[in-house]
Write a protein that binds this ligand. Structure first.
Ligand SMILES: NC(=O)c1ccc[n+]([C@@H]2O[C@H](COP(=O)([O-])OP(=O)(O)OC[C@H]3O[C@@H](n4cnc5c(N)ncnc54)[C@H](OP(=O)(O)O)[C@@H]3O)[C@@H](O)[C@H]2O)c1
Length: 265
């Protein structure tokens, strides 16, 4: 029994990808355009959106997701233009390695930025999206239900070294997605969460360690569509790495912390 309505046909759907200018979001956007979706692509810079999607068929909306009114304003504009999305894929995220290093410790301002981009601002965005969707829910039986897909990470399963704010932000996002799924499903809105392992993008280019089971953004996009087509609530990949991370997630803290300390040493 799937937790969400399987999305097997993207033709004719209006899909808003937040964070579409590079990396996984750009790969998802290109595939969605090929699959016949009406794509709305967002990022902070028009030039990067234009180079990712030169085709004028793709609607570009410039916005900074950390602007508390950004998503609300963009949605008002999209509604006026008659293209309210029925699916939102929230890919945008921020990361840089953040160890607690001696002698001065870590930068709390940077930690706040990561939490703001990966978690806090999603509340503003979600509130704005729901204010447009809930009055129209549930949709007519012929129309696909509204769907919000949030990009998290396997780094949210446990606290990882060098991911001081990142792990916390994605753990929070996983919890937010579960709460939202439980409460929104009866109202006609599907919620899914995507937890990739390592994907080669500009986000991971700064990592100075070997990234196991590294995949490309195009592979990540394919795995994402596969999970959504199965109606999964949590889409995680590549399985050879994400299942291992899930196993770590099940360990009692006394075992996990000893194990991870050895990896770090
Ligand atoms: N790469 C990985 O190994 C990996 C693993 C697990 C999870 N993830 C998650 O997957 C998602 C995508 O990551 P990626 O690797 O594809 O990174 P990426 O190439 O850096 O892409 C991030 C996207 O988010 C947009 N963005 C960032 N901050 C934004 C803001 N404040 N407002 C609007 N747009 C913003 C960026 O556009 P502009 O900079 O042009 O605004 C860009 O389009 C993130 O949520 C990340 O945490 C990635």
């Amino acid at each position: 029994m799937s937790l969400n309505h399987p999305i097997t046909d993207w033709k004719g759907r209006t899909v808003w990808v937040l964070g579409a200018s590079t990396g996984i979001g750009a790969a998802l956007g290109r595939a969605l355009d090929e699959k016949g979706a009406h794509l709305i692509a967002s990022g902070r810079h028009l030039n990067t959106l234009e180079s990712a999607f030169p085709n004028p068929r793709v609607k570009k909306v410039v916005l900074d997701i950390t602007d508390p009114q950004g998503v609300a304003r963009a949605l008002d504009g999209l509604t006026r233009d008659g293209c309210l999305p029925d699916c939102v894929i929230w890919v945008a995220g921020d990361y840089s390695p953040q160890p607690i290093t001696a002698p001065r410790g870590f930068d709390p301002v940077r930690a706040r930025q990561v939490l703001e981009t990966n978690l806090v601002c999603i509340y503003d965005g979600l509130a704005a999206i729901l204010s447009h969707w809930l009055p129209l829910s549930p949709r007519a039986p012929a129309a696909p239900p509204f769907h919000i897909c949030l990009f998290s990470s396997v780094a949210g399963y446990r606290g990882l070294p060098k991911a001081l704010a990142y792990s916390a932000s994605k753990a929070g996002l996983n919890a937010l997605a579960e709460t939202a799924h439980v409460e929104l499903k009866p109202l006609g809105v599907d919620v899914s969460i995507v937890c990739p392992g390592f994907v080669k993008t500009r986000l991971t280019d700064g990592n100075d360690f070997e990234m196991p089971a590294l995949i490309t953004a195009e592979q990540a996009a394919r795995f994402t569509f596969k999970g959504l087509a199965r109606g999964e609530f949590e889409v995680h990949y590549p399985k050879r790495f994400s299942l291992f991370m899930k196993l770590l997630g099940l360990l009692p803290a006394a075992i996990y912390l000893r194990l991870i300390a050895k990896v770090r040493a």
